[in-house]
Ligand binder design. Structure first.
Ligand code: ATP
Length: 290
């Protein structure tokens, strides 16, 4: 079964503060979604609604057409993984995996053991005695091995060092290729994780900014590199995201569609046209000056 998610006019208030404002979007089952937003944009609030940790103030969420709130059949198929405080968790790693297996119908114990080895997790150590990075690795192990049709990682990788995060990304892609499910990854590590996303959702100050395929989104910009004067002349009048100069060579990132004619003109001027990064687009789309 495909676990589509439909969000309509979703709003959330904490007392008088409106953390989410009228969000609407649709997530087709089986894809990896990157959820981006600046600090306080409302990512955790949105994810906690999707996982039914709280109820919305207005609007609706439908998962496979049903309201997931207090709906056990749906909820066992939605797994939100976040940075938990494990300071009082004296259960051993092995015991934690056994507990999660009881609650997650698709949990794969063999795969969990494989991930434990990949992350070098000590099975007989109490969870509150693990380092922060190891606790994160245990979290993502539980998240991947639960194989929940909707798996949500809310910045669950922050404690891990770069090589460990790399293992996580590799294993996520490998498992997703074999058993596609809906993955939602919220992150500030945009330039590191962008290649994982099929689609990107950006929210800003609680409001919806965009939902687009990753490839389409990055085709909305270009980097122009070459002799500084030629570059300046070519990009004049375009929205510029960022520029770098080394000697007389300049690279400018521009936002906006470049036609084939524009690209040909750039080539004739001896300029190189390359892709723009999701990180630069994200900074531009959520900057105060837009
Ligand atoms: N329990 C709460 N009570 C009151 N306000 C809250 C509560 N939780 C979050 N907020 C506020 O709602 C807004 C959105 O917070 P949220 O944690 O969803 O953002 P975020 O995008 O996940 O941020 P970050 O990237 O910094 O983790 C913030 O202004 C925050 O202060």
């Amino acid at each position: 079964m495909k676990f589509d998610v439909e969000v309509n006019n979703l709003s959330l208030k904490y007392n008088d503060y409106e953390a989410l404002k009228d969000l609407s979007f649709m997530l087709e089952g089986g894809k990896v979604y990157g959820l981006l937003g600046r600090n306080g944009a409302g990512k955790t609030s949105l994810l906690s609604l999707l996982a039914s940790f709280r109820e919305s103030t207005k609007g609706s969420i439908k998962i496979t057409g049903e309201n997931p709130f207090e709906n056990a059949d749906i909820m066992q198929n939605v797994h939100l993984i976040y940075e938990k405080d494990y300071k009082d968790e004296s259960e051993k790693v092995k015991g934690m995996l056994e507990i999660i297996e009881r609650y997650r119908p698709n949990f794969d114990a063999e795969y969990a053991q494989y991930l434990v080895k990949r992350f070098k997790l000590p099975l007989d150590k109490a969870v509150n005695k693990l380092s922060r990075g190891m606790q994160s690795a245990l979290n993502v192990t539980m998240g991947l091995a639960s194989r929940a049709p909707i798996t949500i990682f809310d910045e669950a990788y922050l404690g891990m060092d770069a090589p460990t995060r790399e293992i996580f990304y590799k294993e996520l892609l490998a498992d997703q290729a074999e058993r596609p499910r809906t993955m939602i990854l919220s992150t500030h590590l945009v330039s590191e994780m962008d290649y994982l996303f099929d689609e990107v959702i950006i929210i800003d100050k609680g409001a919806f900014v965009l939902h687009e395929e990753y490839e389409t989104l990055i085709s909305r910009g270009a980097s122009i590199t070459g002799a500084a004067e030629e570059v300046d002349d070519f990009v004049s009048g375009m929205t510029q995201l960022n520029e770098q100069q080394l000697g007389n060579t300049k690279a400018v990132m521009v936002y906006g569609y470049l036609s084939e004619k524009d690209k040909q003109e750039a080539l004739q001027r001896g300029l190189e046209v390359g892709p723009v990064s999701l990180q630069d687009l994200f900074i531009h789309l959520t900057s105060e000056e837009v």
